[in-house]
Design a protein around this ligand. Structure first.
Ligand SMILES: Nc1nc2c(ncn2[C@@H]2O[C@H](COP(=O)(O)OP(=O)(O)OP(=O)(O)O)[C@@H](O)[C@H]2O)c(=O)[nH]1
Length: 611
C-alpha cells in the first residue's frame, strides 16, 4: 500500500466512523466535530451543470440516479479505491456491509432507495451521508462528496424551502476550511451566473481551495477557448471536461469509451490541444487525488492534536459523569453496596468529626436538655399551697403523725412525671440532627449524584431506621424516668431527720406540724430530692440516647436496607440504578465519541508506522 492510498483511506475510515456516530460535521453537536477537521472534496454545481457526468466519468461507471427534479438529496461520500488491472469492479455501501455490488444499475437503485429510507418519499433533503466505496482498476484513490445540485426553483412534489435547504447544506460543507471545493460550471453559461462559482467565491474568496471545472466544452463554437479570459481566476488552473451528451447517454455509450472520446477531443482540438495533458476527467481525478493527499498530509499533525485533546476532554468528562455500570445483577448489587458504603462513610464522618454536624448532638445534651430541666415547673408543684393540698389529700381522714409518707410519694411521683417531657424532647432533637445529617451526607456523596432513585431509596431506608431508633430510645429514656419513681433513694430520706436534729432544732410539735413551715419543709425536701434526680437524668438520658440512636445509626443505619437489596432481582436492582436520562444520554454520547477518537488515533498511528 502506498502512502497516498493509506492517507486517503485513513481519512475515509475516520469519516465512516464519524457517520456511524452521527457526526456529519456542522455545529449542531454538543461535541467538536472530527469530521470538520478532516480534509474532503465536495462536489458542487448547479442543475444540469454536468455534475453527475463528471463524477461518473471519474469513476468510469454509470451509477448515479438520474431523473428530473432534485435527485441527489443526501450527501454521497464516494470513496474510490484503485485495484490491480484486470480485477473485477465492485461497489460497497457502509450501510450494507459485506455486500458486494458488481452490477452498477443496482448501485444506482440502492442509492435511490437509501435516500428514500431517510428522507421518506417526501423528497426532502437530509444531511446524513450515504457512504459508497468503489473498487476498480479504472479509478485513482480519491474521496469525493457529491452534494445536492444547487437549484433556483423547486419542482412539483418538492417543498419551496428545498432551494434554501440545499444551499444551506452545500454551504455547511464548503465553508469548512478543510473542504476542497470542486466547483462545476457548464461552459455554455456565463461564469458570472454559475451557482457553484458564486458560492465558492463567497466561502473561499482567495480561491485557494477551489478547483474550477468547465463542462460541455464541446458545445462551444469552434475557435472559442472557454478557459481563457472568461473564466474566473482561481489559485488552481481550471480543468475543462467533455462528458457524454444526452444523445450519448441515450445510446448507452460506455463510460470507458466516453473517456477515450474525451481524450481524443482534447488531443485533436485546435483550441485546447496545447493543454490536452491538463484537461479531461482522468486528469482531474489524478489532480484531485494528489492535492487531497498533500492536504491530508499537511493536516495530520493538527488532526492528531485535535484527537488527543478531545480524548483528554472526553476522559475527564467521563470521570465527571461516572463510568457506566454493568448490566448483570452481580455488578449492579456490587455498585449499589459500594454507593451505600460511600454514603455511610460520609455519614460517619459527620458523627465522628471531620465533617460538621455531630457537635450538634452534644449541643442537645449540653444546652437543650439542662435548659429544659431547669424550666420544669417544680416551683409551682412544690409551692406551699400545693404541698398542703397533696399531703392533706394523701392523709385522708387521719392526718399523718410523724412524716407524711404517702404525701411525699405523691409529691415525688408528680414531680418525676415532669421529666418525661425533656427526656422525649432530647430523643426528638437528636433524631432531627441525625435526619439532617443523612440528608446532608446523601447530598455530599459525589458518587450518588447520578442516581436520583437510589438517593431517594437510601433516604427513605435511613429515615425508617432512624424512626425505629427513635422509638427504642424513647422507650429507654422513659424507662429511666419510671425507674426513678419506682424506687426512691432511701438514704436521702434517712438523712433528713438527722440533719434536723444535728441542727439542734427541737422536734416539731403536733401544733406546728400543720403550719406553713411544716409544708415548706416538706416542699424543700422533695425539691432537693427532685434536684438530685434531675442531676442523675441529666447524665443518664444522653447515655441512653447515644446508645439507642447515635451508636445504632453509626453501626446499622442501612442494615435492613442491605437485607432488602440482597433479595432483589436483577431488574429491580437496575431500577434502583436508574439515572437521570439526560445524564445517561450524555454519557452514552461521550463514550461513543471516545471510542471514535480512540479508533481514529489508532488509524493514524497505523498509517504513520506504514510510512
Ligand atoms: N454535450 C455535452 N453534454 C453534457 C456534458 N456534460 C453534461 N452534459 C449533458 O448535460 C445534461 C446534464 O448533465 P448531468 O451530468 O445530469 O448534470 P447534473 O449537474 O448532474 O444535473 P442534475 O442531476 O439535473 O442536477 C445531460 O443531458 C448530459 O448529457 C458535456 O460535457 N457535453
Amino acid at each position: 500500500m502506498t502512502t497516498m492510498e493509506s492517507l486517503i483511506g485513513l481519512v475515509n475510515r475516520i469519516q465512516r466512523a464519524c457517520t456511524a456516530l452521527g457526526d456529519y460535521g456542522g455545529g449542531d453537536n454538543a461535541f467538536s466535530s472530527l469530521w470538520d477537521a478532516l480534509p474532503s472534496v465536495a462536489v458542487v454545481g448547479g442543475q444540469s451543470s454536468g455534475k453527475s457526468s463528471v463524477l461518473e466519468s471519474i469513476v468510469g461507471r454509470d451509477f448515479l440516479p438520474r431523473g428530473s427534479g432534485i435527485v441527489t438529496r443526501r450527501p454521497l461520500v464516494l470513496q474510490l479505491h484503485k485495484t490491480e488491472d484486470g480485477q473485477q469492479e465492485y461497489a460497497e455501501f457502509s450501510h450494507l456491509p459485506r455486500r458486494r455490488f458488481s452490477d452498477f444499475s443496482i448501485v444506482r437503485k440502492e442509492i435511490q432507495d437509501e435516500t428514500d429510507r431517510i428522507t421518506g418519499k417526501t423528497k426532502q433533503i437530509s444531511p446524513v451521508p450515504i457512504h459508497l466505496s468503489i473498487y476498480s482498476p479504472n479509478v485513482v484513490n480519491l474521496t469525493l462528496i457529491d452534494l445536492p445540485g444547487l437549484t433556483k426553483v423547486a419542482v412539483e412534489g418538492q417543498p419551496e424551502s428545498i432551494v434554501q435547504d440545499i444551499e444551506n447544506m452545500v454551504r455547511s460543507y464548503v465553508e469548512k476550511p478543510n473542504c476542497i471545493i470542486l466547483a462545476i460550471s457548464p461552459a455554455n453559461q456565463d461564469i458570472a451566473t454559475s451557482d457553484a462559482i458564486k458560492l465558492a467565491r463567497e466561502v473561499d474568496p482567495t480561491g485557494e481551495r477551489t478547483f474550477g471545472v468547465l463542462t460541455k466544452l464541446d458545445l462551444m463554437d469552434k475557435g472559442t477557448n472557454a478557459l481563457e479570459g472568461r473564466s474566473y481566476r482561481l489559485q488552481h488552473p481550471w480543468v475543462g471536461i467533455v462528458n457524454r451528451s444526452q444523445a450519448d447517454i441515450n445510446k448507452n455509450v460506455d463510460m470507458i469509451v466516453a473517456r477515450r472520446k474525451e481524450r481524443e477531443y482534447f488531443a485533436t482540438s485546435p483550441d485546447y490541444g496545447h493543454l490536452s495533458s491538463k484537461m479531461g476527467s482522468e486528469y482531474l481525478a489524478k489532480l484531485l487525488s494528489k492535492h487531497l493527499e498533500s492536504v491530508i498530509r499537511a493536516r495530520i499533525p493538527s488532526i492528531t492534536s485535535l484527537i488527543n485533546k478531545s480524548i483528554d476532554e472526553l476522559e475527564s468528562e467521563m470521570d465527571y459523569l461516572g463510568r457506566p455500570i454493568g448490566v448483570d445483577a452481580g455488578a449492579q448489587l456490587y455498585t449499589i453496596l459500594e454507593l451505600c458504603r460511600a454514603f455511610d462513610k460520609i455519614f460517619k464522618e459527620h458523627l465522628d468529626g471531620g465533617r460538621p454536624g455531630g457537635d450538634r448532638i452534644y449541643g442537645v445534651f449540653d444546652n437543650q436538655l439542662p435548659a429544659a430541666l431547669r424550666k420544669l415547673p417544680f416551683d409551682r408543684h412544690l409551692s406551699m399551697q400545693n404541698v398542703r393540698k397533696v399531703v392533706s389529700e394523701a392523709d385522708g381522714y387521719q392526718p399523718h403523725l410523724i412524716a407524711p409518707e404517702q404525701g411525699y410519694r405523691r409529691l415525688i411521683d408528680g414531680a418525676l412525671n415532669y421529666f418525661r417531657g425533656p427526656a422525649e424532647a432530647s430523643v426528638d432533637a437528636v433524631h432531627f440532627v441525625l435526619k439532617e445529617l443523612v440528608r446532608k451526607s446523601i447530598g455530599e456523596t459525589q458518587e450518588l449524584r447520578r442516581f436520583p432513585t437510589l438517593q431517594a431509596e437510601i433516604a427513605s431506608a435511613a429515615g425508617e431506621a432512624l424512626e425505629k431508633f427513635r422509638e427504642e430510645s424513647k422507650k429507654t429514656v422513659l424507662r429511666l424516668v419510671d425507674m426513678e419513681s419506682s424506687y426512691l433513694t432511701v438514704d436521702f430520706f434517712r438523712k433528713l431527720p438527722q440533719e434536723i436534729e444535728r441542727a439542734g432544732n427541737p422536734a416539731p410539735s403536733t401544733a406546728d406540724r400543720y403550719t406553713e413551715g411544716h409544708f415548706r419543709r416538706i416542699g424543700s425536701n422533695v425539691s432537693s430530692y427532685v434536684g438530685m434526680v434531675s442531676e442523675t437524668l441529666k447524665n443518664t438520658i444522653p447515655k441512653a440516647v447515644v446508645y439507642c440512636q447515635v451508636r445504632e445509626a453509626k453501626q446499622s443505619l442501612l442494615n435492613y436496607f442491605y437485607t432488602q437489596i440482597g433479595k432483589k432481582e436483577g431488574k429491580q436492582l437496575g431500577l434502583l440504578l436508574d439515572e437521570d436520562p439526560a445524564l445517561m444520554e450524555r454519557r452514552q454520547q461521550c463514550a461513543k465519541r471516545l471510542e471514535l477518537y480512540k479508533a481514529a488515533r489508532d488509524e493514524i498511528d497505523s498509517v504513520s508506522w506504514a510510512r
